[in-house]
Design a protein. Structure first.
Length: 204
């Protein structure tokens, strides 16, 4: 990592029904790389948060007003359970849109992309999500790149299914802390990054 490098204040937002791997894997990778990261919840959400797989968290922090980077997990979309679908009907999309407009980089893992689409961030924009939800993302107006593992389109970064969150986090480390730091993040995990990672994608 570059000496004296300032890494973005990072928030991983969780909510009832979030997919565990979508949130926890990026959190671990970013914290290990030195990002000032924390888990937060939407402001109106109870402090007790239950994941899709039974993890119960007591989350005291709420989504901030000016983080540099926000990671949005998926969860519940494919089985129509609690999770992203519920959040799409709440205040979170508007909060995410406002943060993006203020300069926050917004990243999603898996079907978290559907929440970004509801926020209006993916209309006509290259993006990817879980392969089982690609048709939904097309219907939401995104320029879907279904073969991609990660799509880094500047202020919005999206990733495929749950394990793709690992590759998304490594990409974010490389982007903000340098390629050497990205390689070091992958080495810590004993993970061989999976591609393709599309960066600055031109229109199809």
């Amino acid at each position: 990592m570059t000496e004296n490098l300032t890494l973005p204040i990072t928030e991983v937002v969780v909510f009832d029904g979030f997919d565990d791997l979508d949130a926890i894997a990026p959190l671990e990778i970013l914290v290990a790389a030195g990002f000032p990261a924390r888990v937060v919840r939407p402001a109106a959400h109870p402090s007790t948060v239950r994941s899709a797989h039974g993890l119960v968290l007591e989350v005291t922090g709420v989504l901030g007003k000016a983080p540099g980077l926000v990671v949005v997990p998926g969860g519940g979309w494919l089985d129509r359970g609690a999770g992203v679908r519920d959040q799409c009907e709440g205040a979170l999309p508007a909060s995410v849109a406002a943060l993006h407009d203020a300069g926050t980089v917004i990243a999603s893992v898996c079907t978290g992309a559907m929440l970004l689409a509801r926020a209006g961030l993916l209309t006509g924009r290259p993006a990817v999500t879980n392969r089982q939800a690609l048709d939904d993302l097309v219907a939401a107006g995104a320029d879907v790149r279904g073969a991609a593992r990660v799509v880094d389109d500047g202020s919005v970064v999206t990733a495929g299914g749950p394990a793709a969150g690992i590759d998304l986090a490594i990409r974010l480390v490389a982007r903000f802390a340098g390629e050497d730091a990205g390689r070091a993040a992958a080495a810590r995990l004993e993970h061989e990054p999976v591609g393709p990672v599309l960066v600055g994608v031109p229109a199809a």
